[in-house]
Design a protein around this ligand. Structure first.
Ligand SMILES: *[C@@H]1O[C@H](CO)[C@@H](O)[C@H](O)[C@H]1NC(C)=O
Ligand SMILES: *[C@@H]1O[C@H](CO)[C@@H](O)[C@H](O)[C@H]1NC(C)=O
Ligand SMILES: *[C@@H]1O[C@H](CO)[C@@H](O)[C@H](O)[C@H]1NC(C)=O
Ligand SMILES: *[C@@H]1O[C@H](CO)[C@@H](O)[C@H](O)[C@H]1NC(C)=O
Ligand SMILES: *[C@@H]1O[C@H](CO)[C@@H](O)[C@H](O)[C@H]1NC(C)=O
Length: 494
């Protein structure tokens, strides 16, 4: 297998996981990835395809033997330069077992070439006689059984070959030249030895290949750092879980500011829900707990305080104190005919809850009314507005996107230098502001979406997104995608 296997294996453990981008006692993560039998089958085919090309050429040790041939006597025979140069797998299966992942190659053929030589001396002639030539060997029935073990080693996945068995049953040797007595002698003497040499060499080579893969897996990042500001923890939590139908991996999945531990401290709560992708079977199910979105929102909020200065709204009258003459008489009295600004900011982390069919977001805003008085910006009042909105996530072949719809909002006066504000009068203005400024702004960001990664030319296709209680489920197939380089963009940007 060797180096060329990397894309296949990285695919298994990674592609699905970087898509976006604790309870250790309970051994559960906030993102779980379930690879179904269909997905394992896809990976298995990929691995076998790689193995067919990278296991060969495989050189076997030379074999010597002295045999007794009737009439001729004792003959020293030797086959050397035995090279397995082609393996072709015709049928194979993969399944999950208690101990690991079992790959069973039920039908494989192989071709080998070798050099033969013999020598003997007989009482008939005093000198020693020898000859040599080439031979080709065809293996028709080869079975290979592998058990791969997966374990969590300090947040990485450790891969090991627990068991390997290879059985060569149907082998035919064709000599180029050689007498019939020699032919029979060679077959009798070497068939079993060549078969067991092939069996040993194949398993040894597979063991080496797995050993080479393991450091590759260990070297996968445990966290993705974005812009040197925050990181996305993709450490594996707990050992991979094997069931009769799937392989399940759990990842921490939380975003945090760089060099700080995760924003959300996990309680001893049960974050796991059974993954269920309804409808046609997909290769992979990725379940994302709402805490992942919450941690991303927190980090985003910490690093990008959202903030707008608005001096232009559809009802432009309201952008001058004259328009407020009857709503807030004191404002007009103190600052007659001055222009106004609205300074809107999201003042604390939005709260995100995933429910059936949608994502609920609660976004707390602060709206400060500024008067522009003789070149001075004078804040005169502050209103707190809490928006309750529904987000509808969507997934396409290359992005996770969504849109936000306003459900309702509540508002209250925080402070005022212009007397009591009558919310009843102010509400239509705030409503206009939300519909024409705040939500469209957020929606432009959300509509662009978050690109999904392609990894070594593979990415998610045929994806479906579901919202269930506290979890977002992505049910997807994986396929080769004809696009460019891998990228990790687990940024929640809006
Ligand atoms: C390899 O072996 C298969 C059968 O095992 C045979 O059909 C095929 O012709 C062989 N190929 C070569 C190049 O010898
Ligand atoms: C190898 O295959 C042959 C024929 O299918 C079978 O009779 C034999 O028991 C197998 N040996 C092992 C060790 O599985
Ligand atoms: C898995 O399959 C085995 C045999 O096929 C069966 O004994 C076992 O109960 C199954 N386990 C589950 C969890 O379905
Ligand atoms: C990342 O997650 C792992 C597993 O849950 C945890 O042990 C580790 O402390 C986390 N790292 C950070 C920086 O939070
Ligand atoms: C807007 O309000 C925030 C406080 O909520 C303040 O930090 C910021 O300076 C204000 N911006 C302007 C331009 O007044």
């Amino acid at each position: 297998m060797g180096d060329s296997v990397d894309s296949a294996v990285l695919l298994v453990f990674f592609v699905l996981i970087c898509s976006w981008t604790h309870v250790l006692s309970a051994e559960e993560g906030y993102i779980s990835v379930e690879i179904s039998n269909k997905g394992l089958d896809f990976v298995k085919d990929l691995l076998i395809e790689k193995a067919e090309t990278s296991l060969v050429p495989l050189e076997l040790p030379k074999i010597e033997k002295t045999v007794k041939i009737p009439v001729i006597g004792k003959v020293h025979m030797e086959v050397s330069n035995i090279i397995l140069y082609r393996i072709h797998v015709t049928s194979s299966t993969v399944k999950t077992g208690d101990t690991g992942i079992l790959i069973d190659v039920a039908g494989a053929t192989a071709n080998l070439s070798m050099n033969w030589r013999y020598s003997y001396s007989t009482w008939l002639v005093p000198i020693s006689i020898s000859d040599k030539g080439e031979a080709s060997i065809q293996v028709e029935g080869m079975e290979i059984g592998l058990t791969l073990g997966l374990k969590n080693q300090q947040g990485s996945i450790k891969l090991s070959l627990l068991d390997c068995g290879c059985n060569v049953s149907d082998l035919s040797i064709h000599l180029d030249g050689g007498a019939s007595w020699l032919y029979q002698g060679l077959i009798d003497a070497f068939e079993n030895k060549i078969a067991s040499a092939v069996e040993n060499a194949v398993c040894k080579k597979l063991e080496d290949a797995v050993e080479k893969l393991d450091p590759l897996l260990q070297s996968l990042p445990k966290e993705v750092t974005m812009d040197n500001i925050f990181s996305f923890n993709i450490s594996f939590v707990g050992d991979p879980k094997l069931s009769n139908f799937s392989l399940e991996l759990e990842l921490n999945g939380l975003f945090s500011l760089k060099d700080e531990t995760a924003v959300t401290k996990l309680q001893h709560e049960n974050v796991q829900v059974p993954i269920s992708c309804n409808g046609p079977a997909r290769m992979v199910g990725i379940s994302v707990h709402e805490k992942v979105l919450e941690s991303a929102a927190t980090v985003y909020f910490e690093t990008n305080k959202m903030h707008w200065i608005v001096d232009n709204i559809p009802d432009q009258n309201l952008m001058n104190t004259a328009g407020w003459k009857f709503i807030v008489p004191q404002l007009y009295k103190q600052y007659p005919n001055d222009d106004l600004n609205l300074n809107i900011s999201v003042y604390s982390t939005p709260v995100i809850k995933i429910v059936e069919q949608q994502v609920d977001a609660t976004i707390p805003l602060e709206v400060i009314i500024d008067v522009l008085d003789a070149g001075q910006v004078v804040p005169v009042a502050c209103i707190s507005v809490v928006i309750s909105a529904a987000a509808y996530p969507e997934i396409s072949s290359n992005a996770l996107a969504g849109s936000l719809r306003l459900n309702e909002f509540t508002m209250s006066e925080e402070w005022s230098k212009i007397g009591n504000l009558h919310m009843y009068f102010i509400q239509p203005m705030i409503s206009t502001l939300l519909r024409t400024v705040v939500l469209p702004y957020i929606n432009v960001k959300l509509n662009k979406g978050f690109p999904l990664p392609h990894f070594h030319g593979y990415g998610l296709t045929n994806s479906q997104l579901l919202c269930t209680d506290s979890r977002l489920m992505i049910c997807s197939d994986v396929a080769s995608i004809e696009t460019a380089p891998p990228h990790f963009i687990p940024v929640l940007q809006w």
